[in-house]
Design a protein around this ligand. Sequence first.
Ligand code: MEV
Length: 450
Amino acid sequence: MKRSNLQIRGFSKLSKAAKITWLTEQHLSDPARGQELLASYNHADEAVQKRHDEFIENTVANYFLPLGVAPNFLINNQVYTVPMAIEESSVVAAAAKSAQFWMDRGGFHSTVISSTKIGHIHFTFTGDAAALNRLVVRIQPELFAATDSITANMRARGGGILRIDLKDRRAAMDDYFQLEVRFETRDSMGANFINSCLEEMAKVLRLEAATDAGTASGDLEVVMCILSNYTPECIVRSEVRCSLEDLDDGSDLDVYEFARKFQRAVRIAEVEPYRATTHNKGIMNGIDAVVLATGNDFRAVEAACHTYASRDGQYRSLTHCSVADGEFRFWIEIPLSLGTVGGLTKLHPMVQLALEMLGNPGAHELMGIVAASGLAQNFAALRALTTTGIQKGHMKMHLLNILNQLEATDAEKAQLTSFFADKVPHHADVVHAFCALRGIPVPAAEGVRS
Ligand code: MEV
């Protein structure tokens, strides 16, 4: 590996080929092989590849994740096949299993509770707060008017700016105020729309404050204009429910014992942050995979959900469960800011396919689907955790990954999959079984097993 000159100026200005040459020659022991590998991940259709190249800066290749589907999701009396982009082996299988289970019990009931998004002009002001308040009341029409051209299309679709409030945040930080602006962005996630509106409004605020008799004596400095990814007024709820008897899945499960233990497991995640983190991570397995497949911003969704999970000062479960009057109810309530227009939705061919697969939903419908996917995932995890343990299903799905690492042939994979059908295949067990099948010695690192 050369590593002679790892600093480079003007990298973004180089052609894609020149970037790849520099990258592979400076960083890889076998540049030719690196180049071949990167090239092999390019799309065969040059136009599609160019589009991917242009999503971000300094693209050198594509990065694949599997796109799986979880069929049989009955949500609000409609059946969906849910697209999921994720690398974790057991997630799609768990979602599909859960979906099938609830399909026979009325399915998921999803409701969008609210869809308001919030953005802020964060600013400092050293003058008279009452005068600032009067100014903000007076200039409301100008603040709206300044965004007229940006909001025209959104208003035509029933969205736009809902209200503008002055927030006095001086208790948190000296001289700190906000203009807090509420938006309805219909089927778009709305990040660019919100940020553009805020920046236009900030110009008006600055100008008016400088010339207003009441506020001109104080200094007003706009620090930044940005939407908040925390969307506690953009909330969706999804629920499953059935009688305790209907929890029977045909196995020898004691449904009363199961419901009691399941509810207790949820309660633990409601009171214990260590468990809540893992519990919610499992929920996000289901949520992120659909958010990503449908071209939405999973980092924004993650950030919002985790803030919401800690809204009372302690990090808690995003799902809840009740067992009362012979009925089992399990639900999730989360902030979800999603779009089905704009962003990647018209640009990424797989996103278009994923949305079409879902029947080209609007943002509200997609919120309901994503919430159901998170709930399904959590149901599958808790059912496994409170009955067989998680490793049985998890390692079963992971078996192929281990066999692929060992470079097993298809015939070997088939034999070993059937060998491990009724067992929990731990990594070392698989290596031992594989070596025995091939008649080769077990690598020293795997140790000796009885
Ligand atoms: C693994 O990705 C997710 C789980 O740990 C979630 C949970 O513990 O609830 C299985």
